[in-house]
Design a protein around this ligand. Structure first.
Ligand SMILES: Cc1cc2nc3c(=O)[nH]c(=O)nc-3n(C[C@H](O)[C@H](O)[C@H](O)COP(=O)(O)O)c2cc1C
Length: 214
């Protein structure tokens, strides 16, 4: 018998979030929650859903992995000619949603994505496993391919080409750094009376903090 999905519900009781618990800087608060997600061994703690907007104004989301937090920016890597890449070339506004189910926590970020420098992308690319580097070279991410065999064959050929050589980063693959202007921390609470705190960046580069209704 199929479960009625409307009946799937549970109360969130892991903890609360108070104004006095918050760091004044949302990036420090984020790092604290990320560290807690990592130490709590949640699945894929760095996985984040990113939302972009098509030239027709239609939103779309997909998951990527956060690879760095630096100078107040969130960094992830992808193919610049992918669907998300073409969206960001047209409209750099982006949203990021981290969801740590096991901690009953969510962080929602809105900001602007910019490509990082080729040198920075090179430096990260060199740290990737060999097969991932080859994979980045052969995948025309988001574009139709006739069958899996085509990409497996390219992978084998490219692997042979690079035996004993440094695998070069393809120019269409690299990082984006997201500069946030809005960051919301959400902690699930009982009876759906969740705690939400919103940080908003002001013109003088300070952040305001407001509690939002659940
Ligand atoms: C857990 C997880 C992590 C992923 N990490 C990345 C990533 O770091 N970079 C990336 O380009 N795609 C990543 N993907 C694949 C993307 O979700 C997506 O399929 C791909 O980037 C193409 O998206 P697009 O067609 O919207 O551009 C990941 C998927 C999952 C489920």
């Amino acid at each position: 018998m199929k479960t009625n999905i409307a009946d799937i519900r549970r109360d969130y009781t892991k903890g609360g979030l108070r104004r006095r618990d918050l760091n004044e800087n949302p990036l420090d608060q984020f790092r604290k929650w990320l560290d807690e997600a990592i130490s709590s061994k949640v699945d894929e703690p760095t996985a984040v859903l990113i939302g972009t907007v098509s030239p027709e104004g239609r939103p779309s989301t997909r998951c990527v992995l956060l690879k760095e937090l630096r100078d107040g920016q969130f960094v992830f890597y992808t193919n610049y000619e992918s669907r998300k890449g073409s969206h960001l070339a047209n409209n750099p506004y982006i949203s990021l949603t981290f969801l740590w189910h096991q901690l009953e926590r969510q962080v929602h970020v809105e900001g602007i994505a910019q490509k990082i420098s080729p040198q920075e992308s090179d430096a990260y690319f060199r740290t990737r496993p060999y097969k991932s580097r080859i994979g980045a070279r052969v995948s025309p991410q988001s574009h139709p391919i006739p069958n899996r065999g085509v990409i497996v064959k390219s992978f084998m050929q490219e692997s042979l080409r690079y035996i004993g050589r440094e695998v070069e980063r393809p120019a269409n693959w690299g990082g984006y750094a997201v500069t946030p202007h809005r960051i919301e921390f959400w902690q699930g609470r009982e009876s759906r009376l969740h705690d939400r705190f919103l940080y908003t960046l002001q013109a003088d580069n300070t952040w305001t903090i407001e509690r939002l209704a659940p």
